[in-house]
Design a protein around this ligand. Structure first.
Ligand code: ASP
Length: 298
């Protein structure tokens, strides 16, 4: 029987894995732990790319995307373009549990959240408004799509003490995105996919490039076919690179991470992404740097 493992994207993933580890330590299910971890990041006003204090879209409205998936049953749910509700991942879980659907968007997602008892609140803080102003396209030179400072998702993948996998993905998406733009993060198979019989995978970075290759499902199916989590993540990044070359563009910043039911982990990213991820196991929390895969890599 594997002991628990939980991994999460970016340095703020430390907040997520520490919280999730306390639940996993007590034998709680992977999805409960991943959700509690993701919610701790949604609540952090210093994180401007997830939940409360996330950066607004082109007209300054914060629109959140999130999804959840249970590896035992393949139950899943998501919300996209959710406004004025900070716990987008918890709403996604209610979509999974309380409706026959998988994805609710915009006003419908917000009405559902209200019916489920989630409070409406402003997600702006003075700091998030100042940051939104600072990263406004008009106020800076963009060298690549998805500059480092204006996005990042917390994607949390957990393996519990019973050997079951669960995952959660939650974000405010790309700052200054078009109103109504939906990224990879609420889309099952793109930003997240979890299946106990193969593994769990999640993404972060420019969502359009993750959607274009169906990133997370691609990784999980590669693990099913025998690749390790690390090999599967590297394969997906090579595919992002190859697609960028075919399209005649520079590969955007994209990163993947994966975890299998044996507790093996993997992570990889496109070049210049500087992707770090947090890992917690019983008694340890680490921040690791993912392998960068350049366009030339075979
Ligand atoms: N994947 C997210 C999106 O495109 C952003 C990120 O993870 O950096 O909305």
């Amino acid at each position: 029987m594997p002991d628990f493992v939980v991994i999460a994207t970016w340095p703020f993933g430390r907040t997520a894995v520490k919280k999730a580890a306390t639940l996993l330590q007590d034998g709680k299910p992977a999805l409960d732990a991943a959700l509690a971890g993701a919610q701790a990041v949604e609540d952090d006003p210093k994180v401007h790319s997830v939940g409360f204090a996330g950066l607004g879209n082109a007209i300054g409205t914060v629109q959140l995307d999130a999804c959840v998936m249970d590896g035992q049953t393949l139950a899943c749910g998501g919300v996209a373009g959710l406004e004025n509700v900070r716990h987008a991942a918890a709403v996604a879980r209610r979509v999974m549990e309380k409706t026959p659907h998988v994805l609710l968007v915009g006003q419908g997602a917000q009405q559902f959240a209200l019916q489920q008892g989630f409070p409406l609140e402003t997600l702006h803080t003075p700091e998030s408004i100042a940051e939104w102003e600072k990263v406004r396209p008009a106020n800076r030179q963009r060298e690549l799509p998805g500059a480092e400072e204006d996005h990042d998702t917390v994607t949390v993948l957990a393996l519990d003490r019973k050997g079951s996998l669960g995952g959660v993905c939650t974000t405010s998406g790309l700052a200054h995105k078009l109103p109504g733009r939906v990224g990879d993060s609420p889309l099952i198979g793109s930003g997240l996919y979890v299946d106990n019989t193969a593994g769990a995978a999640g993404g972060t970075g420019v969502g359009e490039e993750i959607v274009r290759i169906g990133g997370s499902l691609l990784i999980v199916e590669a693990m099913r076919a025998g690749k390790s989590p690390q090999e599967a993540c590297e394969m997906a990044v090579r595919k992002v690179n190859a697609v960028a070359v075919r399209r005649g563009v520079h590969p955007a910043r994209v990163a993947f991470l994966a975890l299998d039911a044996k507790g093996r982990i993997g992570a990889a990213c496109t070049e210049r992404t500087n992707f770090e991820y947090a890992v917690a196991r019983p008694g340890s929390v680490e921040l690791l740097k993912a392998k960068e895969i350049g366009v030339q890599a075979k």
